[in-house]
Design a protein around this ligand. Structure first.
Ligand code: HEC
Ligand code: HEC
Ligand code: HEC
Length: 425
């Protein structure tokens, strides 16, 4: 944060200096109008810096920048169950970008999901959450976008399947499933909690993945953080309210902050799509914003335990499967994760790790098949990786080793069979 403040002041200072050089009056006494202009320029510069920060928090950069493409010039494909959507050019190019948009146009795009001229936007841009972004924050993001070099990158068009490509389908979807909704602070809660709620539910749009979606891709109202399978990416976004999955309730705030900031913490590491969220989004946030988010997350009503019925007890795997799994573990996994699944500096602990014991085994199977790297962040600049095993193990072998780690060292989660592995391969 201190670095960002310094950069902010640096930019303000440079802007001020540049202005002074350009408009230095012949007389030594600065006239009043130039002092006012300098003040406006400084305000503009700090608005741009704030906008850049908010655009990181909203992960706009990752989606609106194609791999190897110009910053914010769009062109990145987003796979959905309805087809592939392509992100749009947000640079100030007057033709193919948003160079002609006013602040009001930009606010309306985020708040109402509508471009100038009434063109409705597809909710692959997370405006069902971005609708809560405050007008002042939208203006700051717009100011930052206007400060970028204009890039001529026309939109190639979306590739949607069948009826999903018909404009009437999107219109109907919006009538049924979308209401613009401002963020409202809860006066009964602390300022910190409200800041966290604003970021998690609005700008950082965590529920875009962590909420169950109905078959039309709309969020189930009231179940914003209950966890959901990510159909296209073949990962499962765990529940952020269930302490048996990824709930923060009861965990030290510092541990969850570390996960969001560094991508690794003592209780787990960010995998797959979550690693990208950390890399492009949360690792850029100030500690005070991260703490606010975690304060809000820790306060989510728990969807497990308490009044609800107890979770179904885990099934035990067949001894034959566990033996095979134990052998495979010793051969392929133990060097990094330890004899007793205790892990080591840089290698996650598997004993008692919620990523393994979650009722949904998709992510454990996924990481064993595909391997992965935690994100490289200032707090963990050179992460160790995990090798993929998809070409080295059959479905039955993956099922055996996954069943083993889900039941060894006190872990108590149901085994998986080779059919399940085949489904996620
Ligand atoms: C998950 C990916 C994703 C994220 C995150 C995302 N967008 Fe988008 N955005 C899209 C897609 C896809 C479109 C194209 C939608 C369409 O054409 O209907 C889009 C369209 C837009 C448009 C409309 C542009 C136009 O010319 O019509 C604006 C404005 C916009 N996004 C702003 C933002 C901002 C600001 C953020 C961050 C707060 C953001 N987006 C985050 C995917 C994303
Ligand atoms: C070369 C060292 C190495 C080997 C061998 C290895 N892993 Fe990993 N494993 C890692 C690292 C590093 C991570 C963190 C990856 C990430 O965050 O993307 C990880 C992550 C995991 C996770 C997710 C843990 C979490 O906190 O999210 C599971 C489960 C796992 N490994 C199981 C296995 C199994 C089962 C095997 C053997 C088939 C294995 N690993 C072999 C290094 C290794
Ligand atoms: C693009 C989809 C996506 C978005 C957006 C997203 N997540 Fe996740 N998240 C996932 C997936 C998939 C996992 C499971 C993999 C893993 O354990 O890291 C996950 C895991 C997590 C975990 C558990 C990590 C662990 O291993 O302990 C937490 C906590 C979390 N997310 C919080 C958040 C917060 C807070 C936000 C909003 C800033 C967010 N997520 C946004 C997809 C997403």
């Amino acid at each position: 944060m201190r670095g960002r403040v310094l950069i902010a002041w640096g930019i303000v200072a440079i802007a001020g200096l540049a202005l002074w050089i350009v408009i230095e009056p012949p007389a030594a006494v600065p006239d009043r109008s130039s002092a006012r202009v300098a003040g406006e320029e400084a305000a503009e510069a700090s608005q741009v810096v704030r906008g850049a920060y908010l655009a990181r928090a909203g992960n706009c950069v990752a989606c609106h920048t194609a791999r190897g493409g110009a910053l914010m010039a769009g062109g990145r494909p987003i796979d959905t169950p309805f087809g592939t959507l392509v992100t749009r050019n947000l640079t100030p190019h007057p033709g193919s970008g948003i160079g002609t948009w006013s602040d009001a146009d930009f606010r309306r795009a985020l708040h109402e999901g509508q471009a100038p001229g009434g063109r409705a936007l597809y909710p692959a841009c997370p405006y069902p959450q971005l609708t809560r972004v405050r007008a002042s924050d939208a203006d700051a993001i717009h100011a930052w976008l206007r400060s970028l070099p204009p890039v001529d990158a026309p939109h190639p068009g979306h590739r949607l399947q069948g009826v999903y490509g018909w404009p009437v389908a999107l219109k109907l979807w919006r009538v049924l499933w979308f209401r613009p909704e401002p963020h409202r602070d809860d006066p009964a809660r602390s300022e910190q909690w409200n800041r966290g709620a604003y970021l998690v539910r609005g700008l950082a749009h965590c529920s875009a993945c962590h909420a169950p979606h109905n078959r039309w891709g709309a969020i189930d109202a009231g179940r914003e953080f209950d966890g959901a399978p990510m159909i296209s990416a073949r990962w499962h976004a765990p529940s952020l309210s269930d302490p048996a999955q990824a709930g923060s309730r009861g965990l030290p705030v510092a541990d969850v902050v570390a996960l969001l900031r560094d991508g690794v913490a003592s209780h787990g590491s960010a995998l797959g799509p979550m690693a990208e969220v950390v890399l492009h989004g949360t690792s850029h946030l100030s500690d005070s914003d991260l703490r606010a988010m975690v304060v809000f997350l820790s306060d989510l009503p728990s969807t497990r335990g308490g009044a609800g019925p107890p979770a179904a007890p885990a099934r035990t795997a067949e001894p034959r499967v566990l033996e095979r799994g134990a052998l495979l573990y010793r051969e392929h996994c133990q060097d990094c994760h330890g004899r007793e699944g205790e892990g080591a500096e840089g290698w996650p602990r598997l004993a008692g790790n919620r990523a393994l014991t979650s009722p949904v085994a998709a992510n454990v199977v996924r990481i064993v098949l595909s391997g992965g790297f935690p994100p490289s962040t200032p707090g963990n600049p050179q992460p160790y990786g995990m090798p993929p095993f998809s070409h080295r193990m059959s479905n039955a072998e993956v099922a055996a080793v996954v069943s083993y780690v889900r039941q060894a060292w006190g872990n108590q989660a149901s085994p998986v069979d080779s059919g399940e592995v085949a489904r996620w391969r």
